[in-house]
Design a protein around this ligand. Sequence first.
Ligand code: MV4
Length: 447
Amino acid sequence: MFEKVLIANRGEIALRVHRACQEMGIKTVAVHSTADEHAMHVRLADESVCIGPPQASESYLNIPALISACEITGAEAVHPGYGFLSENARFAEILTEHDITFIGPTAEHIRLMGDKIAAKATVKRLGIPVVPGSEGGVTTDAEALAVAQETGYPVLVKAASGGGGRGMKVAHSAAELPGALSAARTEAKAAFGDDTLYMEKYLSQPRHIEVQVVADAHGHAVHLGERDCSLQRRHQKVLEEAPSPALNDAARAEIGEIVSKAMKGLGYLGVGTIEFLYENGEFFFIEMNTRLQVEHPVTEAITGIDLVREQIRIASGLEMSFTQEDVAFSGHAIECRINAEHPQTFMPSPGLIKEYHTPGGLGVRIDSGAYSGYRIPPYYDSLIGKLIVHGRNRNECLMRLRRSLEEFVVDGVDTTIPLFKELMAEPEFQNGDYHIHWLEQFLEKYS
Ligand code: MV4
């Protein structure tokens, strides 16, 4: 096992990784920009290294500075958290070249899943159901029209290097298709420097359901059920829950087995998430994420498994600490992302937190680096922290979430807490009756 791990991230996830390391008897090295000198993860870590100025490109994304920090401190492994360098295959390679372990999958798997066309072809071959569409990329209008003829309209044009919804265009008819292609091509080129496109049948009101997998270097691959992440705004998740209100135990076991078998076939290593759209009882693969995700705590809540601990064990060459038979799903969990944003306009609201009081009690978890007197810097994402609530069933979870939101005090900045209080009162949310466009429709009514 590693003696010392460097945490190449900031905020709540840096703290989350630090906690797992501490519990495993591993020393931690925090890295930080000049804007994060007073961050909680820096205070708690065994050592810290300032790696540059506030802009992420000069600090948290600065690979030479991170390698230097490893060499100065003697860290043997790097945990990348999420965002920043977590899905940068080149970073994983450079660490390996310096005999430093990247706590994550291989560079090859990161690169493969970053290419959405290659990812889709690969998982399809491994038996995962995919959205009907083009076999590989589309270039000409004629090719695109032929694909759409097969799938039927509406179709969605997507960027091969995409993600986050950029470079995505819907065409409802043959007349709209050439325009959608050229608009998607322009957007993809600008956003990713790659204008390779592919096409899929457009699903109009699906749910976003993702399956958590864990695989080790000893041939084990296990699924930890799903998370329903349909409640999102502008491709930013707002609330996630597990299990999905839309799935029963048989459907969960079926998709879980398909996914874990595929990951075994791929020789995948570490934790990963297979994203699906789910409509009319059918799963359609869209993407795979090769990182630990923001919403991982809802899976931890219902399984009792520490995903960061498993990542570290697996990266050090150990077996994961459980088998599929050991995994038991218990109750229901919901995560609310508490952002420093105006609850209606979503304008970022950085600044001083004058007063901070978090809820507690049975089934309540807060993952946050915030404290009274903490100043949220304006340079990074607006996540203050995550409220994760667990109950024996969805109703208990909702009641506990409602009272937790009432207890939560964050003074000095705007937060999304009032939005969650409104959401709790909404019958369709209470019934779990929502899809990927539902929240944006709800927000139009509520503003
Ligand atoms: C889709 C889709 C409908 N049909 N693919 C958006 C981000 C990207 N990762 C995949 N996305 C979508 N792909 C087909 N064939 C609708 C979306 C989509 C979406 C997906 C998940 C969560 C929120 C979403 C919001 C808008 C569109």
